[in-house]
Design a binder for this molecule. Structure first.
Ligand SMILES: Cc1cc2nc3c(=O)[nH]c(=O)nc-3n(C[C@H](O)[C@H](O)[C@H](O)COP(=O)(O)OP(=O)(O)OC[C@H]3O[C@@H](n4cnc5c(N)ncnc54)[C@H](O)[C@@H]3O)c2cc1C
Ligand code: SF4
Ligand code: SF4
Length: 496
């Protein structure tokens, strides 16, 4: 499980970014000014009250120690799997009793000094030392295991869970609690990224229940999974909002998703870190997919995880397909695929999936824009559009790579260009000074192309798609004529 868990930004608000200053102020400053510790009473009151309405929301959004772990400790953390026993019931209950016993004993002792001149200092110091203990112990756990290890058995988390249970029983949280919600299970890539970035190492993608919601009481509603889901299908919603969402979501392109057994019949090296894998279907023997769709390849069983790959080429009778995979440095899945997958292996696939790059064949002018490994769907799509679109007048393909030796299927595209005058292939390099090809990014070419009447399909990096999208809008292309797909989460707010 090396490099399974991913370090990623979890501090999306100012409170989450800078809340740790409060921890340091109280835990260290309190040693000189013990009354600072009394501020913790407000924290305890705040977390108890919010948990009635929204479970452990406090832990993910307001907790100053949480901010310290996520902001300051994470870069230094070994980021390993949290041992099971630290999240087990005996540990949580045992530590809660131990902590509460000691804490109340200290408070009771101080209460004997009620009315004395330094009573408030003494009481404040109880909170200061507790805060300091959490900073030291929690900080060590954060660095040696995982940033949020302490939170697995934190007594304040346990208080929140108890208050939340009570809140649910009396019906308070039903309307107010926002839970992680998936818009459609059919659209999930089962990639496990939501789990790999989750501070609590929870597995939302394996546990969605009623109303497509994640009901795990330990979820701290931090939205890290929402921000990182490549399919962009997660959000935090109340029960009612989730019901409304399910009603309005379209699953076009995902209706044919099925489990497939397939054999690897060929593996070809295309460049030093890119391979083409060809599968022949075993069960079912034929699959009905469209060019532009993608397929999921299972990389492991525990926890179940797949990776999504665009269908790059296929045979007409639906019995075979190929995908082109680029090995990602430190990539978890691609290293399994490159190191373990061999010709003859039988694999589990799921699909076909996706609608964004399924081309509408009634258009006269079509533009494909790709960068990096985003070229793969256009290998099959170019052939499809040239052979099956009776109205086609012009098809342009912009293919941006960093270096000349990174182009995939360049001769194939050049041959198609020579054969069919409707097709124009525009390769360009961004970093290769020795190349004779055009230099720059696809966005530079987009700026001067005459794109009136074009329908545009894009695939590649998030930045390329966002920049191109804005250029296309400026050039007068309508939103409904722009389609895109990326391995990264992209959110473009479309005009209503
Ligand atoms: C619809 C769709 C179609 C796709 N089509 C293709 C295709 O045709 N060909 C193709 O090659 N890919 C394609 N992808 C991407 C593919 O699904 C995988 O995401 C890709 O192969 C990387 O998988 P991985 O598990 O090796 O990388 P991951 O391990 O998921 O790594 C992803 C990124 O996170 C970084 N990272 C990993 N671990 C850590 C860590 N511990 N700490 C910090 N950073 C870390 C990596 O450096 C990398 O930049 C597609 C994706 C989608 C959504
Ligand atoms: S991150 Fe991956 S597994 Fe999780 S919900 Fe999104 S697509 Fe599904
Ligand atoms: S499941 Fe999502 S919202 Fe809940 S704790 Fe994990 S990353 Fe945060």
């Amino acid at each position: 499980m090396d490099n399974y868990y991913i370090k990623t930004n979890r501090t999306f608000t100012s409170i989450r970014k800078y809340g740790w200053i409060f921890t340091v102020l109280v835990a260290l400053g309190g040693l000189w000014q013990p009354k600072l510790g009394l501020l913790v009473i407000f924290i305890m009151a705040g977390l108890t009250i919010t948990s009635f309405f929204s479970g452990r929301y406090w832990c993910g959004n307001f907790c100053p120690h949480g901010s310290l772990f996520d902001r300051i400790a994470m870069p230094l953390s070994l980021n390993k799997k949290i041992p099971k026993f630290l999240r087990s019931k005996p540990m949580i209950i045992g530590f809660f009793i131990f902590f509460m016993f000691n804490f109340s004993r200290k408070v009771m002792r101080v209460l004997n000094f009620w009315g004395s001149y330094d009573f408030w200092d003494k009481l404040g110091l109880v909170f200061v030392t507790t805060y300091l203990m959490v900073l030291i112990v929690g900080g060590l756990f954060a660095m040696l295991i995982n940033p949020r290890t302490w939170c697995q058995f934190c007594p304040m988390g346990t208080i929140q869970k108890l208050a939340h249970k009570l809140g649910s029983k009396i019906g308070i949280s039903k309307k107010t609690e926002k839970k992680v919600t998936i818009e459609s299970l059919a659209k999930c890539h089962s990639c496990g990224k939501c789990s790999r970035v989750c501070p609590f190492q929870l597995t939302p993608y394996l546990e969605f229940g009623d109303n497509n919601q994640f009901h795990n009481i330990n979820c701290i509603k931090c939205a890290t999974c929402v921000e990182n889901c490549p399919a962009n299908i997660l959000s935090l919603k109340t029960e009612e909002e989730a019901r409304q969402l399910i009603k309005k979501v379209s699953t076009k392109g995902y209706e044919n998703r099925q489990k497939i057994k397939a054999r690897i019949v060929d593996i070809k090296d295309l460049t030093k870190d890119v391979k083409e894998f060809t599968f022949s279907f075993i069960n079912p023997e034929k699959v009905d997919y469209k060019p532009g769709q993608f397929i999921l390849i299972k990389i492991q069983d525990k926890p179940k995880a797949y990776r999504a790959y665009s269908i790059s080429s296929y045979n007409e009778d639906g019995s075979k397909l190929s995908v082109i995979i680029k090995r990602v440095e430190r990539g978890y899945g691609t290293n399994i695929i490159f190191n373990k997958f061999r010709v003859g292996d039988i694999l589990d696939l799921e699909g076909p999936m996706g609608d964004e790059l399924v081309v509408d064949n009634s258009h006269e002018k079509i533009l494909f824009v790709a960068n990096g490994i985003g070229i793969t769907p256009f290998i099959g799509l170019t052939k499809e559009v040239l052979t099956s679109n009776p109205n086609l007048k012009e098809l342009k393909l912009l293919d941006g790579q960093r270096y000349e030796d990174e182009f995939l299927y360049r001769e194939y595209f050049e041959a198609l260009e020579k054969k069919d005058s409707r097709f124009q292939y525009i390769p360009l390099v961004s970093r290769d000074k020795n190349s004779t090809l055009r230099k720059g990014y696809v966005t530079h070419v987009l700026e001067y192309l005459d794109l009136e009447g074009y329908r545009v399909y894009m695939c590649g990096s998030k930045n390329m798609i966002l920049d191109s999208y804005n250029i296309l809008l400026k050039k007068g292309i309508k939103e409904e004529d722009i389609f895109y797909e990326s391995e990264e989460r992209i959110e473009i707010k479309k005009a209503q």
